[in-house]
Design a protein around this ligand. Structure first.
Ligand SMILES: *Cc1c(COP(=O)(O)O)cnc(C)c1O
Length: 432
């Protein structure tokens, strides 16, 4: 399989090159140049996430050094479940797909773990480990560090601004074993981002350390996210004979795009409804047909505070990728839905998940009666306890895996906010 740029001005490349480059040189995003023909019967014959992933993703590695490795990569990456749960015992028309049972409590664990295992497989075949350089203001770095821990052939270097993130976040960035290295930078988040950008632009440095990124536009994060939508829809279809509709909490459109790709591949997926917070870019685009990026606004579903969704260009590039509806849910409606669902069923939703539950509630009675629906639950509610607890009037405990992070030892190096300091830090590899 080859990957082509949405802008068509860069060469087509195999999976390994698309993963290492992150994005094509023409400023576009990589998409498969043609979707593979999947045999639905062989997908139906699988059980579990990893098994399905191995079969479903194999064609996406064809013709690259990763060919044949999809089953092993999926088995190692998808080592936690994505259960379908029914919040209301009296309503089997709505299931929640819980995507937060990974080690950092959010669905981004799927993408980060898969991508790093691809890098590890590629890095072990070369002299230089693949170094993933990330600047983070909080959450992403934790998922990246956790995903990279213990993997040969890779190195993860995480930059964060000194004194500007919470104590828990800092702990979650600095607590991972090699090949993860945390750098506490004198400066703010923009300083960290500028350092990373300068390092990538420095061709000699970039080549010496095989520098790459792990940001949300990597095709290596999109591919694994197709798998849980495929698994859930196959399971619901097998049980009900109907293609479920999906309601997806949406920010940069990664999760939603994965679902649309899975539907294009032939998985039994019905309508796809995007749930956003108060950021209006996608709702306005769907209503008017005009796409206009705007500055993001802050909401309580802050992982979706996006005014210019980075994957929009992929949506526009996939002629078949229809979105049936976009529902914009403001903070008051998020809180009201969280409270209503908790009081009626006892189910505790994070603010992002609550946008999807609210979008589902707004569907017509006819749409609800016609088919089962699946709402994505993207984060564990305890990660957003400051928002959730006052709404439901109860404490939400961290799941054991997340709480364990606090018992780990912290390792971090302090560096000044200069390109020379980052280059020097890259020269010395921390191995224990
Ligand atoms: C990243 C994130 C989202 C948004 O996902 P996109 O793929 O960017 O649309 C939703 N909820 C949570 C908890 C997230 O971390």
């Amino acid at each position: 399989m080859l990957y082509q740029s949405t802008r068509g001005q860069a060469p087509k490349v195999t999976a390994d090159a698309a993963l290492k480059a992150g994005a094509p040189t023409d400023g576009g995003l990589y998409l498969p140049d043609a979707l593979p023909e999947l045999d639905l019967a062989s997908l139906k014959a699988t059980s579990g996430l990893a098994d399905l992933g191995g079969v479903m993703l194999a064609p996406f590695f064809a013709g690259s050094p990763l060919e044949g490795q999809a089953p092993a990569i999926c088995a190692d990456a998808f080592n936690f479940p994505a259960p379908l749960v029914q919040p209301d015992p009296g309503d089997d028309g709505l299931q929640v797909l819980e995507l937060f049972h990974g080690p950092t409590g959010a669905f981004k664990d799927f993408g980060a773990r898969f991508l790093f295992r691809c890098f590890s497989a590629l890095g072990q075949g070369s002299d230089t480990p693949i170094t993933v350089l990330v600047a983070t203001s909080g959450d992403t770095g934790g998922a990246v560090g956790c995903a990279a821990e213990g993997l040969p052939g890779t190195r993860a270097v995480i930059l964060f601004p000194k004194g500007r993130i919470s104590a828990f976040q800092e702990h979650q960035l600095c607590c991972w074993e090699p090949p993860v290295e945390a750098l506490r930078v004198e400066g703010d988040f923009d300083t960290c981002q500028a350092l990373v950008k300068a390092a990538f632009a420095d061709k000699a440095l970039s080549a010496e350390h095989a520098l790459t990124s792990a940001n949300s536009i990597s095709i290596g994060r999109l591919l694994p996210q197709m798998v849980y939508w495929a698994r859930a829809s196959l399971d619901v279809f097998a049980r009900t004979g109907k293609k479920p509709g999906l309601v997806i909490p949406t920010g940069n459109l990664g999760n939603a795009l994965a679902a649309l790709l899975a539907r294009e591949l032939g998985l039994p997926i019905g309508p796809v409804v995007l749930a956003t917070n108060a950021n209006a870019t996608l709702a306005d685009w769907h209503a008017s047909g005009q796409y206009e990026a705007r500055p993001s606004i802050a909401t309580i579903a802050n992982a979706m505070d996006v005014g210019a969704p980075s994957n929009f260009e992929r949506l526009a590039g996939l002629a078949e990728a229809r979105v049936e509806a976009v529902e914009r849910v403001d903070d008051d409606a998020i809180r009201a839905r969280m409270k209503q669902v908790f009081e009626q069923t006892g189910y505790v939703a994070c603010p992002h998940t609550a946008t999807a539950l609210e979008a589902h509630a707004r569907l017509s009675d006819g749409a609800k009666a016609e088919r089962p629906w699946i709402a994505g639950a993207t984060a564990h509610p305890a990660k957003f306890a400051d928002v959730v607890e006052p709404v439901i009037g109860q404490a939400v405990a961290l799941p054991p895996g997340l709480a364990d992070v606090l018992d780990r030892k912290v390792r971090v190096r302090d560096i000044p906010g200069t390109a020379a300091a980052l280059a020097a830090a890259l020269e010395t590899r921390v191995t224990a």
